[in-house]
Design a protein around this ligand. Structure first.
Ligand SMILES: Cc1cc2nc3c(=O)[nH]c(=O)nc-3n(C[C@H](O)[C@H](O)[C@H](O)COP(=O)(O)O)c2cc1C
Length: 184
């Protein structure tokens, strides 16, 4: 099936966005896809901030984008837009790094006032990078994402259902196997 790169753009060590992506990665795997997780915060800050295009970690990340058929881009909303950390990586990728790829944009945020940030802020950047097909994205309120003492993520029921739907549509766009209803 398809190869999916699942990119979290949160700088936080206890990121809800990253936990959410890792949770959704498992669903994509159940659809039959190979999923490669990438947390931008694990890349060297000096390379990101110093525009070190040739740094091995950056060239490795660039190669992961090149290899992927689909890309999940997850970001916390900071100051009404995507995170600066995410942008610092996108700026180091080739102009058309998303050419021909199917992209699922996801965001987490603290207020519904910024629910459209995916569309007014992130989507134009993804378009400018040549994304072939940007499927419907989803904004999840941070209060709907709770982490237990064991690190397990619990998603509020309404959000869980909406996220499952956008992931399933993304998978379908990538030619994934439909999940059995019972396996939900
Ligand atoms: C510096 C900063 C700025 C933020 N700005 C916004 C904002 O403008 N709009 C919003 O909805 N949430 C905002 N938030 C809340 C975060 O988007 C939200 O808590 C998110 O789920 C954090 O994700 P993370 O745990 O993956 O970093 C902000 C949080 C921080 C730390």
């Amino acid at each position: 099936m398809a190869t999916v790169l699942s990119v979290s753009g949160s700088p936080s060590a206890t990121s809800r966005t990253a936990r959410l992506l890792r949770h959704l990665d498992a669903r994509l795997e159940r659809h039959g896809h190979e999923v490669i997780p990438l947390d931008v915060r694990t890349l060297p800050a000096g390379a990101l901030l110093g525009a070190d295009f040739a740094h091995p970690a950056i060239t490795r990340a660039t190669a992961l984008f090149a290899r992927a058929d689909g890309v999940v881009i997850g970001t916390p909303i900071y100051k009404a837009a995507y995170s600066g950390l995410l942008k610092s990586l996108l700026d180091l990728l080739p102009q058309y790094a998303l050419e021909g790829k199917t992209v699922l944009p996801l965001a987490t945020g603290g207020t519904t006032a910024h629910v459209l940030a995916i569309d007014y802020a992130l989507r134009p950047v993804l378009n400018s990078m040549g994304a072939g097909h940007i499927v419907q994205g989803w904004f999840t309120l941070d209060k709907d994402l709770q982490t237990g003492p064991d690190g397990a993520l619990t998603i509020a029921p309404g959000s869980a259902e909406a996220l499952a739907q956008v992931v399933d549509r993304f998978s379908l766009a990538l030619g994934g196997t439909p999940l059995l209803a019972a396996a939900g």
